[in-house]
Design a binder for this molecule. Structure first.
Ligand code: GCO
Length: 261
């Protein structure tokens, strides 16, 4: 046992930690951002658009939470450099990076253009690589830090019309493992979270489709869609000292769907 092992409740306390979440203006990213802040962290809402970044950060501040925002486009190395440098110039170290920014595009694979394929891969997978490449060096120097990649049910299985997304999330699972191996000797943990079917804006078209809604409820052992706040516990666990010896894992928050034939 480590001599400085904290008592159980404080294992999940994020007080004094700075957590940067990309794609955090809405949906799962915003829900996780709120959860990190409620666990004591200073959370930085990252998103591409200044107005949505400020609006989302202000929602948390209005609730008495410690939040700020930064404009970041994960498909742009220059944008990432500008965003992270601005945070570091405030003499803030990024203790936890959550690579949540992602996009979905649903249509038959043979109809995707090169650009459409590249945009999905470059956002969902390339973005996480670029963010890790920029944020990790300070974590490695400090021998402290955590990276959480928001993977997917589709890191494990496919379904019709979302092949580029599925490929990107499969790659994100292996990026998670590769980074975990490379950063392990430096005490930086890298893990993933694989959400099942969550009721988010990205999935609104699916929620509105009676046939797909019935499919999700039938295929998910818990028989329902998840609410975004149901991802928070796993996210806080992976951001906290409670997971200091956990790395290279993807935890599926899926209502049992991956356990089921
Ligand atoms: C879809 C959905 C899924 C989920 C999520 C599951 O079109 O099937 O968008 O991809 O949103 O990714 O983890």
């Amino acid at each position: 046992m480590s001599g400085d092992a904290p008592a159980a409740p404080s294992l999940f306390d994020l007080t004094g930690r700075t957590v940067l979440v990309t794609g955090a203006a809405r949906g799962l990213g915003f829900a996780m951002a709120r959860g990190f802040a409620e666990a004591g962290a200073h959370v930085i809402i990252g998103s591409r658009d200044r107005s949505t970044v400020d609006a989302s950060a202000n929602r948390l501040v209005a609730d008495g939470l410690d939040a700020s925002g930064v404009v970041v486009d994960v498909t742009s190395t220059a944008s990432i450099e500008h965003a992270v440098a601005a945070i570091e110039d405030r003499r803030e170290s990024i203790d936890v990076l959550v690579n949540n920014a992602g996009m979905q595009h649903r249509k038959p694979v043979e109809t995707f253009s090169d650009d459409e394929w590249t945009r999905i891969i470059d956002t969902n997978l390339g973005g996480a690589f670029r963010m890790a490449r920029r944020v990790a060096p300070a974590m490695l120097r400090r021998r402290s830090g955590k990276i959480i990649n928001i993977c997917s049910l589709m890191s494990e299985v496919g379904r019709l019309t979302i092949v580029p997304y599925t490929a990107s999330k499969g790659g994100l699972k292996m990026l998670t493992k590769g980074l975990a191996v490379e950063f392990g000797p430096h005490n930086v943990q890298v893990n993933g979270i694989g959400p099942g079917y969550f009721a988010t804006e990205m999935n609104q078209a699916l929620l509105d489709d009676e046939t797909f809604d019935a499919f999700v409820r039938q295929r998910t052992p818990m028989g329902r869609w998840a609410d975004p706040h149901e991802l928070v516990g796993t996210a806080v666990f992976l951001a906290s000292r409670a997971s200091d010896f956990v790395t290279g894992q993807v935890i599926y928050v899926d209502g049992g769907i991956l356990a089921s034939l």
